[in-house]
Write a protein that binds this ligand. Sequence first.
Ligand SMILES: [Zn+2]
Length: 596
Amino acid sequence: MNLLPFGKLTAHKPRTFVPENLDLGDWSQIAPLFDQLETRAARAATVAALEQWLLDWSELNAALDEEAARRNIAMTCHTDNAEAEKAYLYFVENIEPQLKPRQFTLEKIYTAHPLRAQLPAARFAVFDRDVINHVALFRPENIPLETEEARLGQQFQKLSGGLMVNFRGEEKTLVQMGRYLEEPDRALRQEAWELVAKRRLQEADNFDGILDKQIRLRAQIAKNAGFGNYRDYAFRRLGRFDYTPDDCGKFHDAVEKEVMPVVRELQAQRRAQLKLEKLRPWDLAVDPLNRPPLKPFAQVGEMVSRTQKIFNRLDGGLAAGFRQMDDLKLLDLDNRKGKAPGGYQSTLSESRLPFIFMNAVGLQRDVETILHEAGHAFHALATRDEDLLPYRSAPIEFCEVASMSMELLGNEFIEEFYPADENMVGSRCRATPDAQQRVPTNDANRARRVHLEGIVAVFPWIATVDAFQHWIYTHPDHTRDERAAAWLKLMDRFGGDADWSGHETARANLWHRQLHIFLHPFYYIEYGIAQLGALQVWANSKRDRAKALDDYKKSLALGGSRPLPELFQAAGCQFEFSARTIRPLTQLLREELEKL
Ligand SMILES: [Zn+2]
């Protein structure tokens, strides 16, 4: 039984190293290929032979990658199928742990290879830098510490994911409680918000306890690897060669000076529209004009055809890519029984084709998601002719430029989901007599407004989470009180004008809900950096759409072959996150919001 939504896909290039009939789920068949690569490296006597060795290693990894992706896709499309689950778990438990040490051995062989230095630098510099870095950071004594760190991470997930509240007689998860913050009934919102805040606070000691232990472990891991603090180690481990903690500090300052005034303006508008004296924490997600949710489509087929029309208007090449995905059934987008929650884009590394998984239910959020994931898919399609596997993906700071740009560029044609004649009726119904109030003129503009307001709002939160971690890991011996004080100082800088009186403790513990702090330390500012790139692509498109799209596609085609500043440059963007970059973008956001 084929559990995959798509049929047989042919490899982008015929295999030359991996046998055609190899069973990629059988370690006894895979291991000899690693043996071969190990012995062959020593015999690689020319630069060309070493390059071929790298390509063969890539071919094997692409085949293994695709096998893992296929098993994951089959399982998430059929969570109720025991076979699919078994096949996935078998790979995770029996193949992947065997792969890790073998890959690391090949990395060490590569770094020690006498001909390594003679590889053409223009082609191999980025790959070389990454492998050297990975090998250099490895410490066997850190393995048990990392296992313990992961165990604490699981503890966080279990604690956080298991929290329930009884809301008006029904047991609800905190995720389920989120939707009540969009309810027009203010008393209901407050009740829901307070219940969740109270439930989290009951676990405050546990959340703090987990992080306390993680901070101690991380300090030791950094020390073992020869670093003075965990922040400096994390920058290396995350491969941040092209920006420094100081650059992050500039980003925080620029968000405070440039973005916060816009946040406050938007909050003042919201306050006026809701006719409130003060905004409370439960007033921030509701539609300020109490309108029912937008309805961009009813059937998933409509979502696909309208998204296709957006790409047709945007760019012929991108449109062809999306059509190809639809034709090959590389889109599994509807919400149905037996599907895992959420959405993702996954790349089939050997076919060199992207796959998009979603659970669309007819919300504007679904439209944002399909545009976002399509941006990632375009990235994968753009790198199809790259033979070195690591270069077929870019650093996350740039991957998210590909996807976030597509949200902004796609929204220019969002009328495909909200045709003008339908809006006319809607806007007449919703016109308010109060001339002072800014009323979105139609559903398309309302959708754009929600999107842009979301972008404005996320910058301060990114700055807060990032700055907090800089403080934590450069003050490893702090007390819990000092930590809370450091957080509150950041809330004063980036928290906006909401009135938290009566909920001061919840405000001081707000970081407990941010998974990254526990599971992926320092991994967060990437989204801020990428958003700056996406906004620049969008700004360029307002001046010259054809050129902006051309640059966008060229930069995607570079994959991960160039360092971040060059990827940004190819996309027509600066890789710089101070006020110099943020000020004009903030100005653009403000002007565009004015129009909506
Ligand atoms: Zn993304």
